[in-house]
Structures are given as structure tokens and as C-alpha cells.
Design a binder for this molecule. Structure first.
Ligand SMILES: *[C@@H]1O[C@H](CO)[C@@H](O)[C@H](O)[C@H]1NC(C)=O
Ligand SMILES: *[C@@H]1O[C@H](CO)[C@@H](O)[C@H](O)[C@H]1NC(C)=O
Ligand SMILES: *[C@@H]1O[C@H](CO)[C@@H](O)[C@H](O)[C@H]1NC(C)=O
Ligand SMILES: *[C@@H]1O[C@H](CO)[C@@H](O)[C@H](O)[C@H]1NC(C)=O
Ligand SMILES: *[C@@H]1O[C@H](CO)[C@@H](O)[C@H](O)[C@H]1NC(C)=O
Ligand SMILES: *[C@@H]1O[C@H](CO)[C@@H](O)[C@H](O)[C@H]1NC(C)=O
Ligand SMILES: *[C@@H]1O[C@H](CO)[C@@H](O)[C@H](O)[C@H]1NC(C)=O
Length: 742
């Protein structure tokens, strides 16, 4: 018959527990045996004096098997665990009752009482009760109660209605039954309802049950027992694994809760970062490391609770982090690398992904790519343009011209600004349109295309531009600069506000140009041509003298334009131009093809005729002014009949006649008979002087016409030279004395 477990424990353990208070604070010395067989010792368990807390002694047999000390029966230890749950796994002998199947009386029995230390409770969560037999009812009971009563009972009935009815693997009442157990079980003691005591009454007889002669009952670790029919006749010495919960309990002092023991002498939770928990299986308390720490909470120092490096691989499975893990004392952090983000900002659970969604990245990537492409194309285009411009610049002699003094070289862009993108059209030049422009310093300029330059003509073009730049005379249209970054070089000249002599003489008929002005224009033009013809080292000639090429500024000062370059023209093109201006072409040049300075004299003669007659070179559709005038002149020794009525007065008739005579000289067939430009200029000046001072007065050897007086507001500044006054002062005897004495 079973003994009452509670009585057994009290008797057995009282002496040990008396010592408990003084021993509880004990720390095991380093010399304690760490292992027995394959089982590691963890304090409060230990082998040998001073190595364990009371109730937790382990004996190590000579064969190297750890057993729970202080029990009548040998309980071999399989496992001792402190963290995370305080558990001990042991091998427990099964309870049984075997019968004489003839007489039905009990032959042999063991009811399973082992007298476990009160530190242990049978784990209700990890174990189950199994009962085997074919006419068997077994139960266990526990807890405090009256003499025959316990606080709980649990058990089950196993039955077979014949041999062979039980099946392997089926534990549902036929030969085998199983049932959960309540918490707080302190023992494995079983009660079997057997035939020998009340067989007739209860009927749990094994008479004639030769295939199941015994009742078996045992508490076993869950999911480890698999029923076999052969177990109905199993060895009664069989042991089964059992999980025990353990806790620090002190029966003498009654139930101990954390509240009662905390920080009192003997308190077992001595490790830093440890905490006290009330036992979850019956009374007493357990120690645990606080969250984030791991180790043995019953030990101080290094063996105690230590910070868990949650980022370490061995811990990773328990402490998830899908981002970047950083360990902290007692905890850890987990976040995403910069530029990334986890869903809900929870990198513990969710993977980090780039802050930009893939679509945005793709979109960004594409737009960046497109942008880069556009920039690259743009750069390529700009470079191509630049190369094109550089090539043109080079083709048009830029390398040579950029060193020419006084010549500005404009880029295409600057030129565009100067002409405001060809906003103001001035007229047709010999080679293309002429546009008005304004330099950055507000000087007005005329911008016109030059001629197309190629390798063959480049050098000559450069020469001409250079010469033009160097020709500085008030009666020669000044070349200010050029732009070479264009197919056809563009030349920038000073601006002549009153257009050409052609315009003023023949087109604007409403304004009559007075004789004085005509004379001044004739003199100025002659001066310009004279300067050109006498230009050092070069036998310069204009080649295309005509009213179109004599420009007039705002003061009607004539400026010879469009010279030099014409001779660069290709033969046929030149011929075309020549045809158009046939009336001015020297017939000698026409015959010989030889252009001389006297050819310019001839053309100038034609211009003189226009000035005095006011008629065009070819007038009335087909009449040649030169031929008609010559006819009249040869007949009457005067061109009087042809003079411009608007300016013909009796007193000026001699002036006109003299000019006419000079023109006739210029237009002579024989080159030798023609005066040169110097003579022409001198004679014109003489004519003007005679006009001013009376016909007979020809005594002054000095050429007053060459003396120019500038009237400045502050003082009269006198400049002598081949230039004429912008504002010609009226030279009278009264102001003559400010002139330098000759
Ligand atoms: C255990 O042993 C003690 C003494 O050796 C004895 O008094 C007690 O009855 C035994 N208990 C069991 C369950 O065998
Ligand atoms: C002992 O317990 C630990 C933790 O519960 C477990 O990992 C180990 O496998 C067990 N050892 C044995 C022999 O049962
Ligand atoms: C069983 O009981 C019968 C009848 O009483 C007896 O003859 C026999 O010896 C017993 N067997 C054993 C093993 O005790
Ligand atoms: C074990 O006992 C505890 C405490 O009474 C209870 O919470 C738990 O549900 C029980 N487990 C089982 C499997 O019965
Ligand atoms: C056991 O078997 C014997 C012989 O077959 C029979 O006489 C007896 O009644 C049986 N006993 C029981 C309890 O069935
Ligand atoms: C231990 O706790 C249980 C449940 O609270 C209670 O019934 C029992 O009396 C307590 N025992 C002692 C000795 O205090
Ligand atoms: C002890 O602490 C560990 C880690 O914090 C935890 O997993 C475990 O559940 C705790 N044990 C008990 C019995 O509360």
C-alpha cells in the first residue's frame, strides 16, 4: 500500500532545511566538479560539500551517472537546466502491480513512491500520466488533505475485450490510456484498483488475462512514450524520463514568495541583473536573469547574468533584426542603413529597403539618364559648333588677322549683339546686305558681308584687310573690325549716316545738294583716293569708283568705301560686277585688262560729271553721260548746256565749267594725258579757293583748302593736315590770324 508522500518528505528533509538559511548565500568554489557523465552541473546543483544549495545535491556514481541525492530510489539525472526554465530531467521507475493470472492475487508491486526533495515538482506542462493494462484503473493523487483525502486525483482506465485488441501506437483506452496531470504534484505514487482487494466489487481482475498480467502506471515526459502492445508485459524495472520543475522552497518557513525573501539573508538571486519570480509550479521562488541578460542568476560575478550580445550569430535567431544590429547593455538596437527604411520603421521585423521605391528609383534613374544624355548632346553640339566656328575662323585667316593692330575681331555672338540680329537693314553692298549696328561703346557701324575666302585667296584677303585697317584717313571709310566665324567673313565699318553719294544725288531729289557741298564732296573724295594711291609700298587702286562707293557721314564728309577687295573676286564674278558699272570703267582697262591708278582717275571724272550735271552716269535710259557731255563740251568748249539747273547761277558758272574741264581731263583716252589724283585734288581745291576769294585771286601759294579749323567751344584749336573740318569754319581775314604762320 502506498505511503503518504508529504510525511515522507518532512521526515527526510527537515535536517537539511534547517541549514538552509546559512547556506543559501553560498557560492560554489571553483574546485567543484563541473560535470558528471554528460551532464553539466549548474549551481544551485552541485556535487560534494559546499557545491550545492540544500535540496539540490547531485551524486555522481562511480560509473559516472549523476543521480538525485537524498532519495530512497535511484533517480538518474538526464539534464539540469537553470535558464530559461528551472528544470531537471530524471529517469523515474514505473509503478506496477502484477498478478497470478490463475488465482488473481497480486504477486509483485511497486507503487512508484520515490520521495523526491521538496525542491522539485513534477512539471504539469511537460509530463503526462500513462496507464497500461487490459483491466486496469490507476490514479495518482497529491496535495494536502485529510487522512484519506488529497486535494486532487488524476488517472484513467485501460481495457481490452480480448487478446489482440490493443494496437501499437494507439493509446486511447484499449490497453493504454493517457491523461494530463495537475500542477503541484510532488510524487509519482499510484493507486491501482485491483481484484484481490475488491475484485468482485470493482471487477478489475486479471484472472485468465495471460496477455496482460500487470497494471502499469507512470508519469512521463510528454511525447516521448509511444504505446507498444508488447509493453503490456514489460519489465517492471523499466524507468521513464520525467521533467521536474524546481524552485527554492523552504518548507520549514512555509511558502516563500519573492516579496518575502527579496534582499533578506539567504536570498538566492545574487547575480547582478537578476530578478526573482514566484514559482509557477506550487510555492517557492525562482531566479532568472532580467531581459537582455543570460547566465546563472544564482551566481555572482562572471558566472552570473551577462549582457546578451543580441547581434551575435548564436543569439540572432532569438533576437530578430533584419537591418543593422547594435548591441546595448540589456538590449539591442536595430535600424536600417542610411538611405534605407523598413516598413513601419521596424527593422527588427521588416527588411530594409531603399527609401525610394523601385519605381521612383527607376524614374529618377531614367530622368537622370535623359538629363545626362541631353547635357552630353548639348555639349557635343556646342563643341561641334565651336569647332565649326574655329574652322571658319582659321579658313578666313583669323590666325593672321588677330594680330593686326586696330582691328577688332568679333565673335559670331558679339556680332549678333552688335547688329541686334540684323535688325536694321541699310542696303545692298557690293557683295551682300549691309546692316546697321552699334558697338558696345555706342559707336554706330555698318556691318556687311565680304567675299567668300578660300585657301587660294586667304592670304590676299588677309593682306587687304590689314591694309584697310592701316589706312586711316578721314575720307576713307574706316574698317573697325571683322567677324571670321562665318562662312563669308563679315566686315564692320564706320557708319556713314547720309548713305551714298548715289542716294543723295539721284534718289533724294527733294533735297538739292548745293554746289559748295558738291565741291567739298569732290575734294574729299579726291583726297581719299589720293591718300589711297600714295599709300606706301602698295600701288593701291580702288577699281570701282562710283557714287555708290562714296559714302557721306552726318556732316556730308565723303568716305571712299569698297576698295581693294574687288580685285580678289574671281574673273567672271568681277566681269559681272564690271558690266553693271560699265559707265565708270576705264576703256583702257577694258581693252588691256590692266587696272591702274589712272583707271580710278577716269572713274572719278565720271563722278565729277554727275556732280555738276546732276544726271546719272546713264540717263534717259540709254544716254551715256560721258559721251553726251563730251559731245556738248567738244562743240561748245563748255558743258554749260548739261549743268544741273538747280545749282547753275551766273556767278558759279565758271566753277562748274572748271569742274567740267577737270572731268574731261580725267576722262581722256590716253592714260598719260590724265592727271593723277594728287593733281585732281589740287585743282579742285584751287577751284574752291577761287570761288571763295574771287576768280583772279590766285596769289597765295599756300593751299588754304588743306588747312582745317576745328571750332571747339573752349578754344580754337588749329590742326593742319590732310583732313578737313567736321565743322568748317568760315575762313575770313578776321580769323585768319589764328592760323599758324606758314
Ligand atoms: C526511504 O528510506 C527510509 C529510511 O531508509 C525509510 O524509512 C522510508 O520508508 C523509505 N521510503 C520509501 C518510500 O521506500
Ligand atoms: C537538456 O536541456 C537542454 C535545454 O532544455 C537541451 O537543449 C538538451 O538537449 C537537454 N539534454 C538532454 C540530454 O536531454
Ligand atoms: C497461482 O495460483 C495457483 C492456484 O492457487 C497456484 O497453484 C500457483 O502456484 C500460483 N502461481 C504462482 C506463480 O504463485
Ligand atoms: C500547469 O499548471 C499551471 C499552473 O497552475 C497552469 O497554468 C498550466 O495551464 C498547467 N499546464 C497544463 C498543461 O495543464
Ligand atoms: C477462468 O477460466 C476457467 C477455465 O476456463 C473458468 O473456469 C473460470 O471461470 C475463469 N474465470 C474467470 C474469472 O473468468
Ligand atoms: C502554502 O500555500 C498554500 C497555497 O497558498 C497554502 O494553502 C498553505 O497553507 C501554505 N503553507 C504554508 C506552510 O504556509
Ligand atoms: C527567464 O528569462 C528569459 C530571458 O529573459 C526568458 O526567456 C524566460 O522565459 C524567463 N524564465 C521564466 C521562468 O520566466
Amino acid at each position: 500500500m502506498a505511503m503518504r508522500p508529504s510525511i515522507i518528505w518532512t521526515a527526510l528533509l527537515l535536517p537539511v532545511l534547517f541549514l538552509a538559511d546559512s547556506l543559501l548565500a553560498l557560492q560554489p568554489p571553483a574546485t567543484c566538479q563541473q560535470k558528471c557523465g554528460s551532464v553539466d552541473m549548474h549551481f544551485p546543483f552541485g556535487i560534494g560539500d559546499g557545491c550545492f544549495l540544500p535540496g539540490f545535491e547531485i551524486e555522481c556514481t562511480t560509473g559516472g551517472t549523476p543521480i538525485l541525492a537524498g532519495n530512497n530510489n535511484t533517480l538518474a539525472v538526464l539534464n539540469l537546466t537553470v535558464m530559461p526554465r528551472p528544470e531537471a530531467e530524471v529517469m523515474l521507475p514505473i509503478a506496477y502491480n502484477c498478478y497470478n493470472t490463475t488465482s488473481g492475487t497480486s504477486l509483485d508491486w511497486f507503487y512508484g513512491s520515490v520521495g523526491i526533495s521538496p525542491a522539485y515538482r513534477i512539471s504539469n506542462t511537460s509530463n503526462e500520466l500513462i496507464v497500461l493494462g487490459c483491466n486496469t484503473f490507476a490514479y495518482t493523487n497529491s496535495g494536502p488533505g485529510n487522512t484519506n483525502l488529497y486535494s486532487f486525483y488524476t488517472g484513467c482506465v485501460a481495457y481490452c475485450d480480448g487478446e489482440g485488441r490493443a494496437e501499437d501506437g494507439a493509446c486511447a483506452g484499449i490497453g493504454c490510456c493517457r491523461v494530463d496531470i495537475p500542477p503541484g504534484l510532488t510524487d509519482n505514487t499510484m493507486t491501482f484498483f485491483a481484484s484481490y482487494t475488491a475484485s468482485t466489487f470493482f471487477g478489475y481482475t486479471h484472472t485468465n488475462l495471460t496477455y496482460s498480467p500487470c497494471d502499469y502506471a507512470f508519469i512521463v515526459k510528454k511525447n516521448t512514450y509511444d504505446f507498444r502492445v508488447s509493453d503490456l508485459k514489460m519489465d517492471t524495472k523499466t524507468t521513464k524520463p520525467l521533467v521536474l520543475d524546481w524552485a527554492i522552497r523552504n518548507i520549514e518557513d512555509g511558502n516563500k514568495t519573492c516579496a518575502e525573501v527579496k534582499n533578506k539573508p539567504g536570498y538566492a538571486c545574487v547575480s547582478d541583473n537578476s530578478e526573482c519570480l514566484d514559482s509557477y509550479n506550487s510555492e517557492g521562488y525562482i531566479c532568472n536573469c532580467t531581459s537582455g541578460f543570460w547566465g546563472n542568476p544564482y551566481l555572482t560575478g562572471e558566472g552570473g547574468c551577462q549582457d546578451i550580445n543580441e547581434c551575435d550569430d548564436k543569439w540572432k535567431p532569438y533576437y530578430p533584426c533584419k537591418g543593422v544590429c547594435h548591441n546595448k547593455v540589456g538590449s539591442y538596437g536595430c535600424d536600417c542603413p542610411s538611405g534605407q527604411k523598413a516598413h513601419d520603421d521596424n527593422a527588427y521585423e521588416n527588411v530594409c529597403a531603399s527609401k525610394f521605391p523601385v519605381e521612383a528609383r527607376i524614374a529618377l534613374g531614367i530622368s537622370l539618364g535623359v538629363f545626362v544624355l541631353i547635357v552630353a548632346l548639348l555639349l557635343a553640339f556646342i563643341m561641334l559648333q565651336k569647332r565649326k566656328l574655329d574652322k571658319l575662323f582659321e579658313k578666313n585667316g583669323g590666325e593672321m588677322l588677330k594680330n593686326v593692330n586696330g582691328l577688332s575681331i568679333f565673335t559670331k555672338d558679339v556680332l549678333k549683339k552688335i547688329t541686334k540680329d540684323n535688325a536694321e537693314f541699310l542696303g545692298n553692298g557690293s557683295f551682300g546686305n549691309v546692316y546697321k549696328g552699334t558697338l558696345p561703346d555706342n559707336t554706330m557701324v555698318a556691318v556687311k558681308a565680304s567675299i567668300k575666302v578660300d585657301e587660294a585667296t586667304k592670304e590676299e584677303f588677309v593682306d587687304e584687310v590689314e591694309i584697310q585697317t592701316q589706312m586711316i584717313h578721314k575720307n576713307i571709310l574706316k574698317l573697325v573690325g571683322c567677324c571670321l566665324e562665318v562662312e563669308v567673313p563679315v566686315l564692320v565699318y564706320e557708319f556713314a549716316a547720309n548713305g551714298s553719294l548715289q542716294d543723295i544725288l539721284h534718289r533724294k531729289k527733294d533735297q538739292v545738294l548745293p554746289l559748295d557741298s558738291r565741291l567739298d564732296i569732290a575734294i574729299g573724295s579726291a583726297e581719299g583716293l589720293k591718300y589711297m594711291h600714295s599709300y606706301a609700298t602698295h600701288a593701291m587702286r580702288h577699281g570701282d569708283v562710283k557714287p555708290d562707293n562714296i559714302l557721306l557721314d552726318d556732316k556730308l564728309t565723303p568716305k571712299i568705301a569698297d576698295f581693294g577687295l574687288s580685285k580678289l573676286l574671281k574673273e567672271e564674278y568681277y566681269a559681272k560686277v564690271v558690266v553693271g558699272c560699265m559707265g565708270y570703267i576705264d576703256p583702257v582697262f577694258m581693252k588691256t585688262g590692266l587696272l591702274t591708278q589712272k583707271s580710278d582717275v577716269y572713274s572719278f571724272g565720271a563722278v565729277l560729271l554727275e556732280l555738276i550735271t546732276g544726271k546719272k552716269n546713264v540717263y534717259d535710259e540709254k544716254l551715256s553721260l560721258i559721251i553726251e557731255y563730251r559731245k556738248v563740251y567738244e562743240k561748245e568748249r563748255s558743258g554749260r548746256a548739261m549743268f544741273d539747273n538747280d545749282i547753275t547761277t551766273e556767278e558759279d558758272i565758271s566753277v562748274l565749267e572748271e569742274m567740267g574741264k577737270l572731268a574731261m581731263d580725267c576722262l581722256k583716252e590716253d592714260l598719260e594725258d590724265r592727271p593723277d589724283m594728287t593733281e585732281v585734288a589740287e585743282q579742285l581745291v584751287m577751284i574752291r579757293r577761287n570761288k571763295k576769294f574771287g576768280k583772279s585771286n590766285n596769289t597765295n601759294p599756300d593751299n588754304i583748302g588743306d588747312i582745317t579749323i576745328y571750332n571747339s567751344p573752349t578754344n580754337a584749336e588749329v590742326v593742319s593736315g590732310p583732313t578737313r573740318a567736321n565743322i568748317s569754319a568760315k575762313v575770313t581775314p578776321s580769323n585768319m590770324d589764328i592760323l599758324p604762320s606758314p
